[in-house]
Design a protein around this ligand. Structure first.
Ligand SMILES: C[S@@+](CC[C@H](N)C(=O)[O-])C[C@H]1O[C@@H](n2cnc3c(N)ncnc32)[C@H](O)[C@@H]1O
Length: 241
């Protein structure tokens, strides 16, 4: 197992203190399950256990600290794990977490939009948890096309991402996001403002029809929705050739 991330590019790094503060806010989100990570990663685990032949290769795109991915993977038939992320600090924590796997693993310090078109290692399952929504639809499509190449005819892409019902625009999705504030009781106003500012500037949801169209245009013939968060802000899709 390789635990020190390799450098596939030279991304800009945030300052360490800012990173720790930001990651603590993220962990609070996980602890309180505000984005329904538990259900989404539980759903991923069910797919990996019931539908994917072992041993399988798993590519974790924007793995962060990989803590939730480990909850889905430990004890499954995973035969190789690769995680990629822009944040060296997140990867340092991920390096500790992936030690729990008994298979070969490697972490890659890179921008996935640049790394995926060059990626040579085939993967049976490619997973993106809450990161593809930072891109506009044409860039999402290019990324999904690269993943279609990596997954080949027998692999699949699974994503858990910002999604709207058909007919809702970004402002409508953001208005529903804002309505969550009273439920995020563990967050101070400063913490909420921090996350909220990021979401308002960087989240670009797609409607259900657009996610399906992107999947088909990327070369996947089967697109299915496996989970929708109770807030109806996020959906988990499976894309297969
Ligand atoms: C919201 S976290 C998601 C972490 C984890 N996948 C999850 O489901 O909780 C977003 C992660 O995406 C990473 N990220 C964002 N844009 C990226 C990019 N272009 N390339 C690589 N990683 C990126 C961030 O560093 C961060 O770790």
């Amino acid at each position: 197992m390789r635990n020190s991330p390799d450098e596939m590019s030279t991304p800009q790094e945030p300052n360490q203190d800012l990173f720790v503060a930001a990651w603590q806010v993220y962990w609070k989100m996980l602890d309180n399950n505000y984005l329904f990570h538990r259900e989404a990663y539980g759903c991923l685990r069910t797919v990996l256990t019931d539908e994917v032949d072992a041993p399988f290769g798993f590519l974790d795109v924007a793995c962060g600290d990989a803590v939730m991915s480990m909850s889905a993977l430990i004890g499954t038939g995973v035969g190789r794990y690769d995680g990629m992320d822009l944040s060296a600090q997140a990867l340092a924590i991920a390096a500790e977490n992936v030690r729990q796997l008994t298979c070969e693993s490697a972490l890659h310090h890179c921008d996935f939009s640049l790394a995926l078109p060059e990626w040579k290692q085939p993967a049976d399952v490619v997973w993106i948890g809450l990161s593809l929504h930072h891109f506009m639809a044409p860039a999402k499509l290019e990324i999904m096309r690269s993943i279609r190449e990596i997954a080949g005819d027998s692999g699949r892409l699974l994503i858990y991402e910002d999604a709207s019902p058909d007919g809702e625009d970004r402002d409508g999705w953001l208005a529903r996001w804002d309505e969550q504030r009273p439920d995020w009781r563990a967050y101070s106003d400063a913490e909420w403002d921090d996350v909220n500012g990021h979401v308002h500037s960087s989240d670009f949801p797609e409607t259900d029809s657009v996610w399906r169209r992107l999947g088909h245009e990327a070369g996947f013939s089967e697109v299915s929705e496996l989970f929708e968060s109770p807030t109806r802000l996020f959906r988990l899709y499976s894309f297969q050739a």
